[in-house]
Design a protein around this ligand. Structure first.
Ligand code: BJW
Length: 246
C-alpha cells in the first residue's frame, strides 16, 4: 500500500512512537459508507437545513417533523456497513498502547467496524430518551412504529442526541478532555471542525505538545493549526497511514 502523499517520515515516526493515540472523527469518515455528511448537500431532507432541525426549539415546536427526519435518516443508515476508514481506526486501536476514539458521529458505524475504546460525543441515533424521566433505551425500529415514539410512562421519547445549544454529557466531555490533554498523537478525520467543543480539541492537543494530523477532503479551520494535513478520502488515506506503520 502506498504511503499517503504529503506524509513525512517524521509524522509516521511520531505515530509509531506514540504512547497515547486519540482519533477524533466526523461525518466525512462515514461518507464512503453512504451516510450523508451534516453540512453536505446530500444531507438535505425536504429542503430543510439540518441546523434548523437539530435543536431543542425545533423539537418542542414540532416533534413529529423532527422525528420524521430522524426516521428517514435511520432508514438510510440501517443497512450501511463500515468502510475502510472505520476498519483502519479499529486496527490502529489494536496497535496502540493507549487509544481513544472520540466520534461526533451518531451512526454507530465505528462500533460495527470493531472500535472498542470509544466515546460518542453527540450521542447515537439508535438510542432514545424519555423527555420526562431521562432514561435512555435502544430502539432499532426502522421505520418507527409510531411518530413520535412514546415511553411506557406516557411521555414522549426524543433522540438521545446532542442538539445545538445543548450541553454534552459532562462525563463524556470530561473523559474526552482528559484524553486530549494526555495524548501525544491526535488524528482528526472527516470533520469540518466548526462545531464546539470538539473543534477546540486539535488546538488543545497542539498546545499540550501532541502531534496533530488532519485527514480531510479539503482544508478546514484547523488546517493552519495542525502539524500536517492529508487531503483526500479517509477510506483511502487512513488504511495507507496504518499500513505505513509496518
Ligand atoms: C471527508 C470525506 C471523506 C467528506 N474523507 N473527509 C463557542 C463559540 C460559538 C458557538 C458555540 C461555542 N460553544 C458552543 C457553541 C454552539 C454550538 C456550536 O458549536 N455552533 C457552531 C456551529 C458555531 N455548539 C453546541 O451547541 C454544543 N453544545 C455546547 O457547546 O453546549 C454549551 C454551549 C452552548 C451554547 C453556547 C455556548 C456553550 C453542542 C453541539 C452538538 C452538535 N450536534 C450536531 C447535530 C447532531 C444532530 C444529528 O446529527 O442528528 O452534531 S451538529 C453536527 O455537526 C453534528 C456533527 O456531529 C457535528 C460536526 O459535523 P462534522 O462531523 O464535522 O460534519 P460536517 O458535515 O460539518 O463535515 C464533514 C467533513 O468531512 C467536511 O470537512 C468534508 O470535507 C469532510 N469529508 N467526505 C474525508 N470521504
Amino acid at each position: 500500500m502506498p504511503t499517503p502523499t504529503g506524509l513525512s517520515d517524521e509524522i509516521i515516526d511520531a505515530l509509531r512512537k506514540a504512547r497515547s493515540v486519540v482519533v477524533l472523527t466526523g461525518a466525512g469518515v462515514s461518507a464512503e459508507s453512504g451516510v450523508p455528511t451534516f453540512r453536505g448537500q446530500e444531507g438535505l431532507w425536504r429542503n430543510y437545513n439540518p441546523q434548523e432541525l437539530a435543536t431543542p426549539e425545533a423539537f418542542n415546536k414540532d416533534p413529529t417533523l423532527v422525528w420524521e427526519w430522524y426516521d428517514w435518516r435511520r432508514g438510510l443508515i440501517a443497512p450501511l456497513e463500515p468502510n475502510p476508514a472505520h476498519l483502519a481506526i479499529a486496527e490502529l486501536e489494536k496497535r496502540s498502547p493507549s487509544f481513544l476514539l472520540i466520534t461526533q458521529n451518531i451512526d454507530g458505524l465505528h462500533k460495527k467496524g470493531g472500535s472498542k475504546q470509544m466515546l460518542e460525543l453527540h450521542g447515537n441515533i439508535w438510542n432514545v430518551r424519555c423527555v420526562a424521566e431521562g432514561n435512555v433505551t435502544e430502539n432499532h425500529d426502522v421505520p418507527l412504529q409510531n411518530i413520535p415514539p412514546m415511553c411506557s410512562c406516557g411521555a414522549m421519547l426524543r433522540p438521545h442526541i446532542v442538539w445545538f445549544g445543548e450541553s454534552l454529557d459532562p462525563h463524556i466531555l470530561h473523559q474526552s478532555l482528559q484524553a486530549i490533554e494526555a495524548c501525544d498523537f491526535l488524528i482528526v478525520a472527516g470533520t469540518s471542525a466548526v462545531v464546539q467543543p470538539s473543534a477546540s480539541f486539535p488546538i488543545m492537543a497542539r498546545e499540550r505538545g501532541a502531534t496533530v494530523l488532519e485527514v480531510n477532503m479539503e482544508p478546514t479551520p484547523i488546517s493552519s493549526v495542525v502539524n500536517s494535513s492529508l487531503f483526500g478520502k479517509a477510506g483511502e488515506l487512513l488504511p495507507q497511514l496504518v499500513a505505513s506503520l509496518g
